[in-house]
Design a protein around this ligand. Structure first.
Ligand SMILES: [Zn+2]
Length: 208
């Protein structure tokens, strides 16, 4: 279909969706105390279904992107660890401590959340394979939160997207207003991409 082909060239360069469904107007940058370092695989950067980019859009002053998987340009861990805040690695492995009031009392902020992006298997490997990251305590979002992300399949309902994990983590560390604002934008993002997919059938380009 020619309309499908043509539609590919009318994408918003920022939110990367077809311009008809552009939701950039809803990006309202916030200021938070916590530093967020996103360790993103180079292949993920190109996908419109990748949620990490919107964490940076929503909290541009305190969010960092660290790309792994680039040829001849290995991920440098020391500069990540120099960023402000007490570092924690957001990944629900068997040693992960739940983020809650008790955690905050024991570990006063400000915080530095180091967050692996990509699929679950890749995310786990980042913590296990980087010797400087391995000693950093893993943390997880409170139990009972289910993912609202319908653009990729999750192995289990409690496996949430990177964006949601950060939103819920900051909901504990910073306050529920931060989570609520981040999630309000997230729901608009998901709805817009779903509408675009229905109309333009472009799952392949959006990738998985
Ligand atoms: Zn846009």
């Amino acid at each position: 279909m020619s309309t499908r082909r043509n539609s590919r060239h009318r994408r918003c360069p920022r939110c990367r969706i077809h311009e008809m469904y552009c939701f950039c107007v809803h990006i309202k940058p916030m200021e938070v105390q916590s530093t967020v370092s996103l360790i993103v695989h180079v292949r993920e950067l190109k996908l419109t279904s990748n949620t990490a980019a919107f964490i940076k859009e929503m909290m541009p002053a305190t969010t960092h992107f660290d790309v792994r998987g680039r040829m001849n340009e290995p991920l440098q861990i020391p500069p990540i660890l120099e960023r402000p805040g007490r570092p924690f690695f957001l990944y629900p492995d068997e040693n992960a401590v739940e983020l809650n009031d008790e955690f905050k009392a024991k570990n006063p902020g400000p915080y530095h959340l180091i967050v692996p992006d990509g699929n679950w298997h890749q995310a786990r490997k980042v913590h296990q394979r980087e010797p400087l990251l391995t000693p950093i305590q893993t943390v997880k979002i409170p139990a009972g939160i289910t993912g609202e992300y319908q653009l990729r399949r999750a192995p289990q309902p409690q496996y949430v997207s990177t964006y949601e994990a950060v939103a819920h983590a900051l909901g504990v560390l910073e306050g529920t207003h931060v989570r609520d604002e981040l999630m309000a934008f997230f729901r608009i993002f998901v709805k817009s991409v779903l509408h675009s997919r229905v109309r333009f059938h472009d799952e392949l380009e959006l990738g998985e």
